[in-house]
Design a protein around this ligand. Structure first.
Ligand code: SF4
Length: 402
């Protein structure tokens, strides 16, 4: 487990953020909040795909009224996103939201900020101070020579100071930027400055794949340093992709237990005996449809496949028209190549139902021997030089001779 920075804890509805709570995944709806049914459908999809908390914009009165109907029916806590108009924060609280996000860059009057904080304190609701490099308070930018890490942190601490004046500290903080290096530096500085829980994100990361890469680079770097209590991927994509990506990142870093499938597959090479990309895609679709929470490997050849993927719960490796099913690296069954995916799914269901040890104990007696024979056959055909580079080079030399 990664060692995490100690933070104080806040509670968003039923979900704890910070302290010893697991890192949580957030996403944001893209529907009009006034569209109650559409927004709820999206919230349910986000929750089903790994979101622990969902944020909805509260940009006008109709949105606030929508929230009053959405919150009681939402499967996860709902946060209202507030910009420009502090009175919409008051309206969202009246609608029953579990938390607020305020942007210090566009709600700047101290009296307004303190009024919202007093009301949140009275209702026992947390607020996220959501600083954004793109909408930074101009005064902070002027003082620090632009949207620097120091300016982003100063803006957050200024807002926190106003909250403290009314005795309110139930606060999470974010200092997002679309520039990954700026975002990392700002959060590192913030982590040194305060013990409030931090909400991580690379803002406006953009469409896939760049948006995903930027988010993983920024959020993943900080999480690996123990910084961050809740995360949001800001992708220009279906928000379900944000929830899935956030959840997957936490799982691969060991910060959350695996809830779904982890399909590992070799990149394929000259030894591959099957179209690994196609078989892996078919296996992923079939296993995801059955919600199999195992690590499953699809390997292009039996020469290296079972050994390289021995850490997986189970897998399949191709060779000479056959699929070699293995459980924790031990070959348990051999099937025709055309039945690879079906057999893999069947075996995954059995491993889930009976356990890996039972499946190894029930292995076909001749499976290991068949796999060993195929491996030897392939090594004889392919040799150690699977890409036949040496053979090609000698042919090139013959051709190129004057
Ligand atoms: Fe895949 Fe086999 Fe090549 Fe490894 S050696 S990448 S398992 S095809």
């Amino acid at each position: 487990m990664l060692e995490r920075r100690r933070t104080r804890q806040v509670t968003v509805g039923s979900v704890a953020v910070g302290g010893d709570a697991p890192v949580t995944v957030q996403s944001m709806t893209t529907t009009k909040t006034a569209d109650v049914e559409g927004t709820l459908a999206q919230i349910y999809a986000l929750a089903a795909n790994g979101a622990d908390i969902v944020r909805c914009t509260c940009n006008d009165e109709a949105a606030a009224e929508g929230l009053a109907q959405i919150v009681p029916r939402s499967p996860v806590p709902v946060v209202a996103d507030i910009h420009f108009r502090h009175e919409l924060a008051l309206a969202a609280m009246e609608a029953g939201v579990h938390a607020l996000r305020l942007n210090p860059g566009n709600i700047r009057k101290p009296a307004h900020i303190k009024l919202v904080a007093r009301e949140a304190k009275a209702r026992g609701l947390p607020i996220r101070i959501g600083v954004n490099a793109g909408s930074l308070d101009p005064e902070m930018a002027r003082r620090h020579g632009g949207a620097t890490p120091e300016a982003l942190v100063a803006s957050a601490m200024h807002e926190l100071g106003l909250f403290r004046e009314v005795g309110f500290e139930d606060v999470k903080i974010s200092v997002k930027a679309s520039d990954v290096r700026l975002m990392i530096d700002a959060y590192r500085l913030l982590a040194e400055t305060t013990d409030h829980p931090l909400h991580l994100g690379v803002t406006e990361a953009g469409p896939l794949p760049q948006g995903l890469i930027k988010s993983v680079a920024g959020i993943g770097t900080l999480l690996a340093e123990g910084i961050g209590d809740t995360i949001r991927f800001s992708l220009t994509a279906d928000p379900v992709e944000e929830a899935k990506a956030g959840r997957t990142l936490l799982e691969v870093l060991g910060l959350r237990e695996r809830k779904g499938l982890d399909l590992v597959a070799c990149p394929s090479c000259g030894r591959a005996e099957v179209d690994v990309i196609r078989v892996a895609a078919e296996a992923q679709a079939a296993l995801e449809a059955r919600n199999i929470p195992l690590q499953v490997a699809v390997m292009g050849c039996v020469v290296n496949g079972p050994g390289e993927a021995r850490e997986a719960d189970l897998g399949i490796a191709a060779g000479r028209g056959k699929g070699h099913l293995f459980v924790r690296g031990r070959v348990v069954r051999v099937v025709p190549e055309g039945e690879m995916v079906t057999a893999l799914v069947e075996e995954a269901e059995r491993v889930l139902a009976e356990g890996a040890d039972a499946r190894i104990a029930a292995a076909d007696a001749d499976a290991e021997a068949i796999a060993a024979a195929t491996r030897d056959e392939l090594l004889q055909i392919q040799g150690n030089d699977a890409n036949r580079a040496a053979e090609r080079i000698s042919r090139i030399r013959r051709i190129a001779q004057p």
